[in-house]
Design a protein around this ligand. Structure first.
Ligand code: ADP
Ligand code: MG
Length: 131
């Protein structure tokens, strides 16, 4: 996902370009907005964490871009491309180093396992939206 602040800042094209330039194939792509309830469900794994309320408010605050990406070793390689959660810790050349505003508003989401990638993909896309 490209998160609301990165979309609002006009960075969606640049981020998609970095993703394609890093060897990922776009299987599915959508410009949409999560309701507050949907954002709460999407981040339910973090519901005990102190920043959960802030995170849900933020993720529902504006449109996002959702995508399914394909590549050998996609999950790990995408985590490398996006960089550390906190942009202050993110390596040069990463999406978060280039575009994240803060630890909360950090430009992009990446799935943390192949299993969660499949669950998150189901959440946004039907079979006929995948190519
Ligand atoms: P990642 O997105 O790198 O996988 P996490 O899964 O730990 O990071 O956290 C999910 C999201 O919650 C982060 O991308 C960020 O938007 C937000 N977040 C994480 N830690 C904090 C924090 N300490 N304060 C505010 N927001 C946070
Ligand atoms: Mg995570």
């Amino acid at each position: 996902m490209i998160k609301p602040e990165a979309v609002a800042a006009g960075n969606m094209g640049k981020i998609i370009d970095m993703i394609i330039g890093s060897g990922f194939r776009i299987v599915a792509l959508k410009y949409t907005r999560l309701s507050h309830g949907e954002a709460g469900t999407f981040y339910e794994v973090h519901k005990e964490r102190p920043f959960y309320g802030e995170l849900v408010d933020y993720m529902a605050s504006g449109p996002i871009v959702a995508a399914i990406l394909e590549k050998d070793n996609a999950m790990e390689d995408f985590r490398k491309l996006i960089g550390a959660t906190d942009p202050a810790q993110a390596a040069e050349g990463t999406i978060r180093k280039a575009f994240a505003e803060s630890k909360a508003k950090n430009a992009v989401h990446g799935s943390d396992s192949d299993e969660n990638a499949a669950i998150e993909s189901e959440y946004f896309f039907s079979g006929r939206e995948r190519f």
